[in-house]
Design a protein around this ligand. Sequence first.
Ligand code: 5GP
Ligand code: MG
Length: 178
Amino acid sequence: MDIIRVKDRDFKLFLPKETITARIAETAQRINEELAGKNPLFLAVLNGSFMFAADLMKQITIPCEISFIKLASYEGMQQGGKVREVFGLSERIDGRTVVIVEDIVDSGRTMLQLLDSLNTRNPAEIHIATFLFKPAALSCPLTLDYVAFEIPNDFVVGYGMDYDGFGRNLDQVYTVIP
Ligand code: 5GP
Ligand code: MG
């Protein structure tokens, strides 16, 4: 089924599962090679990254830990900007190699704020592993170490990512039909 309906919009198949599986294996392989001996702590950002994190972690063969965090956003006082607070991080990260596991980087603001927040806890280094990246939407200086797929600036759903709460359970990625 290549066209699906989520809530009130139609989406077409964009990344089939075989493509996703193959690319995640490559991404994991790079992490296994580059972070060997560093006992990385993977921090998966809920909710969106849960499927990517599960599939990625099954292919990580080096000693590592994984934990889950959630970002709660609320309207900030300055310039109406969104402030995001980190919830659920019970591990100490000082001196650790941290790998943030994210579903999608769009403007990059979410990741930049998370980096700022984690950096106050003195980790040795922080890497970002994102399933999807929209280069055309990036609006801040951000280095992404592991990107499974660079995609166009269109709204996608599935494989953990939602449209208004729905579609996270889809096992492939779909793009909105305008
Ligand atoms: P950023 O702060 O990089 O602009 O936004 C990142 C967050 O926006 C992602 O973690 C995700 O929750 C949401 N997001 C950005 N683009 C998409 C998209 O195409 N589809 C879905 N479902 N969420 C998106
Ligand atoms: Mg996310």
